[in-house]
Design a protein around this ligand. Structure first.
Ligand code: TRP
Length: 330
């Protein structure tokens, strides 16, 4: 059965390899099979008070990078959250049935409040309500998000069910996480442990030029090398091999694995090869990013068409919700 899929994209930070092999590859698959709504969550980004030029610049850059990766406006509905006025309206309506207690209990809220004690604004508190509006405005059934968003999704189900119960309707579906199961590839970082992430500063970005990639890979953490055959790998080395398995040919991977196992490996040589293979992979995307960056006409068109498509289902939902609540025509 075809699902209705909604997912929001954070509007800050350049995409890195971890994003590509995680969320983005999944979006690319989903857009082939389902009715997908992917949007840039620019309203959400206001909780941290960006300057007007940062807000615009970040949104534009995120749009460009997703397009460059292959998100196809012909196959999915790709839009900017702030272009759909029905979203803040639904958010307002949902806020009337969202309770202070449950919002304060949300772990992401507590975490943010701890990190930015001088900016605990109401938008931060009601972030999950806005996210629920994003999702149920299209009556989504599935939401492809990571573990960190599970609680928000549970709150979305609560808000949807509460609306249904309150008005005695069976209007909003209760959306669940889209589970990728085995398919999810985790890209390790270059700093020896954990996964690639922008805040960790261990990431290779899709826009990095070849020299930047070489420098980053050459700096990757290693160890002093194996001293006996078939020695178990330390985490930094296992991470390098994981990266190589994804980025390089099976022959290359095997070559370095054999060198590791017979203790003749030179990590410098391995990293050099890995850097070149990453460059081969990222350069077409980087070129696409650069060419899209100078094609304002196309970007404008994408944003316009996306907003029009998103409004079709958003305005239908809002019309029906208003009717259910009792905002009837005279
Ligand atoms: N909260 C999500 C994140 O931080 C972004 C997001 C906003 C979202 N609205 C959404 C994700 C709706 C899925 C559906 O990544």
């Amino acid at each position: 059965m075809s699902e209705i899929i909604v997912s929001g994209i954070r509007s800050t930070g350049n995409l890195h390899l971890g994003n590509y092999f995680g969320a983005i590859q999944n979006f690319l698959k989903l857009q082939e099979q389902h009715e997908c709504y992917f949007f840039i969550a620019d309203f959400h980004s206001l909780t941290t008070h960006p300057t007007p030029s940062d807000l615009y610049g970040n949104t534009r850059q995120v749009l460009i990078e997703y397009l460059a990766c292959g998100l196809d406006p012909e196959k999915c509905t790709l839009y900017r959250q702030s272009d759909i006025h029905e979203i803040p309206e639904l958010y307002l309506l949902l806020n009337m049935n969202a309770y202070l207690g449950e919002l304060e209990r949300c772990t992401t809220f507590k975490e943010k409040a701890r990190k930015q004690p001088n900016n605990i604004n109401a938008g931060l508190l009601t972030y999950p309500v806005l996210m629920a509006a994003d999702i149920i405005i299209h009556k989504a059934t599935k939401v492809p998000v990571g573990k960190d968003q599970e609680q928000h999704l549970e709150m979305t189900r609560n808000f949807a069910a509460r609306f249904n119960r309150m008005y005695g309707v069976n209007y909003f579906p209760e959306p669940v996480a889209y589970n990728f199961g085995e398919q999810l590839i985790k890209i390790p970082g270059l700093d020896g442990s954990g996964k690639m992430g922008k805040s960790e500063g261990n990431a290779i970005n899709l826009i990095d030029d070849p020299d930047t990639i070489r420098k980053k890979v050459m700096k990757a953490v290693t160890d002093t090398g194996p001293t006996e055959p078939n020695q178990p790998m330390t985490e930094p080395i296992a991470n390098l091999f994981t990266l190589m398995k994804i980025m390089s040919s099976p022959e290359t991977y095997q070559y370095f694995l054999d060198r590791y196992n017979d203790c003749s490996i030179r990590y410098g040589e391995m990293k050099k090869q890995l850097a070149e293979d990453i460059i081969v992979f990222t350069q077409p995307i980087r070129e696409k990013i650069l060419s899209l960056s100078s094609n304002q006409t196309y970007l404008k068109k994408v944003v316009q068409v996306g907003a029009e498509k998103a409004r079709v289902s958003a305005s239908k939902t809002l019309r029906e919700v208003r009717e259910i609540i009792g905002f009837k025509d005279f």
